[in-house]
Design a protein around this ligand. Structure first.
Ligand code: ZN
Length: 170
């Protein structure tokens, strides 16, 4: 399993920064990407420390060995998109950060009281293109499925497009 960094507002300077998952979870068939990084067996996974000098692996205290979507909800398994690293090229911040999504999202737009967000600029562009379509194709793409219909109604469409274009094309 490979992770792309996501775009967040730097907690130190507010500029565009990256949030990195600190571990890669490799299954048996995955090729180990970096032989020099420490790894740990955990359930059926091999956990690779991507930033060993900053964050080392500690297995969750629960016995359930699975990965789950973000959010520190106190359930079992290891929560992705929760504890990681912020890396900012503006203020050179490079430290541990607990993700607070979607409040941390760099790409976010408030539209009539609801928050629309994107993982990164590319995702924002995909959403924007989709919202702009008058005859929208079905939401086959995984990256579009989460969008609440609130943002897609004819009433707010122009507002969404206007707000998104302002930041995506900036
Ligand atoms: Zn910064």
């Amino acid at each position: 399993m490979k992770y792309e960094p996501i775009d967040i507002k730097c907690p130190d300077c507010g500029a565009l920064a990256k949030f990195e998952e600190p571990f890669e979870f490799l299954s048996k068939n995955d090729v180990r990407p970096d032989e020099t990084k420490p790894t740990h067996p955990w359930g059926g996974w091999t956990v690779l420390e991507r930033f060993p000098s900053q964050i080392s692996w500690k297995a969750p205290s629960t016995s359930s060995q699975y990965l789950r979507g973000g959010g520190d909800t106190g359930k079992g398994g290891y929560p992705l998109l929760t504890n990681g690293l912020v890396q900012c090229s503006h203020c050179h911040s490079n430290r541990k950060h607990k993700l607070n999504w979607p409040a941390d999202a760099y790409w976010q737009w408030e539209v009539r009281g609801q928050l629309l967000w994107a993982w990164d600029k590319e995702h924002a562009q995909i959403i924007l293109n989709f919202v702009k379509e008058t005859a929208r194709p079905s939401r086959r793409l995984y990256s579009l499925k989460y969008i609440p219909s609130h943002f897609l109604s004819a009433k707010v469409r122009d507002l969404v497009v206007q707000k998104m274009e302002r930041s995506v094309n900036a």
